[in-house]
Design a protein around this ligand. Structure first.
Ligand SMILES: Nc1ncnc2c1ncn2[C@@H]1O[C@H](COP(=O)(O)OP(=O)(O)OP(=O)(O)O)[C@@H](O)[C@H]1O
Length: 356
């Protein structure tokens, strides 16, 4: 892993009486594409605003390259932000928008002209210097906002849900552009989104958050394939999450049956959350399955079918390439390697006891 660039240490933040972040710790590396992912209100933007310098933590430190920048003004940080609402100046043309920050810094006219040209090329808008921003599409405006941030040569670019106003197709093409841009610039990107697909497809590292707490940090593959708890499993992709009890290692009691699973090390009689992805479940003949059930619903999604099967007292979501008949009696099979065993979250009572 590359060198550590940014460190958030023991960050606490409350608004009025409500604690939003509690003892948050996070390390971001040089040249990393890190995404803060979580539902609305979980504190993603608050973290980004602290890194940008628009918000100060109540306690804790933010280190940049080993230096404490917790109280440094935004313009003194080597960090630039692209906001959700592009916040472009509508009375200025494209070039003036991009030049704004550079003029404030007292850069020369020729320097500014070169930078504008370079940045517009980078975001595929060469020749748009004198276009009016109000007459440009949402995608183009977002590109200008990115160009405006990039000309400051930040070491870290912060992007707060930058594509939320764009339609799906444009969003996907902007996602590809951002990944390309990141490679060209060779700097650190910190991206905020509540869209798990967006996070998985763009990032080196995904930080999954819920209610101010970091739930898991990992590569897109690891948070998808090895979620550490039911929240992550449920939030990222589709999942079947079922209560289970470990019989012994490699065997879990699930919906009335003992089902083989991979090594877990949880010990005997431990209640666990069991996760199985819809694409990892096989539909077979009734007598060949571990559970027997009925197909309740079949929905064609384009590349796959979403099939709901009622079996073992549970409503399973299963994804298949081929269609199935609603009402058919079927069996379902689970491969041990596709069963993810996760610790149950500590209950509030237990947390209270362990805090003492
Ligand atoms: N200036 C503020 N004053 C009071 N409460 C605030 C302020 N800013 C944020 N909050 C609250 O803090 C919590 C976290 O907000 P934050 O914007 O960080 O969440 P988020 O995960 O980025 O959500 P979203 O995706 O909706 O932007 C929310 O409950 C929000 O209402």
């Amino acid at each position: 892993m590359a060198r550590e660039l940014l460190k958030l240490e023991h960050i606490n933040k409350s608004y009025e009486d409500r604690q939003i972040l509690e003892d948050l710790n996070l390390t971001i590396h040089e040249n990393e594409f890190l995404t803060l992912l979580g539902p609305s209100g979980c504190g993603k933007t608050t973290i980004l605003r602290m890194i940008g310098g628009f918000e100060t933590p109540d306690s804790g430190r933010i280190l940049f390259d080993g230096k404490d920048i917790t109280s440094l003004r935004p313009e003194k940080r080597q960090v630039n932000t692209v906001f959700q609402k592009y916040s472009l100046f509508s009375h200025m043309d494209v070039a003036e928008n991009i030049a704004f920050g550079l003029k404030l810094k007292g850069k020369s006219q020729s320097y500014i002209r070169d930078k504008i040209k370079y940045a517009l090329k980078l975001v595929n808008l060469d020749g748009y210097e004198h276009a009016q921003v109000t007459q440009m599409s949402g995608g183009q405006q977002q590109r200008i906002a990115i160009a405006r941030a990039v000309v400051n040569e930040p070491k870290v670019l912060l992007l707060d849900e930058p594509f939320s106003a764009l339609d799906l197709k444009l969003r996907q093409s902007m996602q590809r552009e951002i990944v390309k841009l990141k490679k060209e610039l060779g700097i650190t990107f910190i991206f905020v989104t509540h869209d798990q697909q967006e996070a998985l497809s763009m990032s080196d590292t995904v930080v999954v958050m819920n209610q101010g707490w970091i739930q898991q940090i990992g590569t897109p593959e690891s948070v998808y394939n090895e979620p550490e708890n039911a929240f992550v499993a449920d939030f990222i992709g589709d999942s079947n999450i079922i209560d289970g009890i470990m019989v012994r290692d490699k065997l879990v009691h699930l919906l009335g049956k003992d089902i083989p699973c991979i090594n877990t090390g949880f010990g005997e009689n431990v209640p666990v959350d069991v996760q199985i992805r819809p694409e990892d479940i096989q539909i077979c003949a009734p007598e060949e399955g571990q559970y027997r059930g009925i197909i309740r619903q079949v929905i064609f999604k384009g590349t796959v079918y979403d099939i709901t099967v009622e079996a073992g007292g549970f409503s399973w979501l299963i994804q298949t390439i081929t269609g199935h008949e609603q009402g058919a009696e079927v069996g379902i099979r689970l491969a041990a390697s596709n069963i993810q065993i996760m610790a149950k979250p500590a209950s509030e009572d237990e947390e209270a006891v362990s805090d003492e």
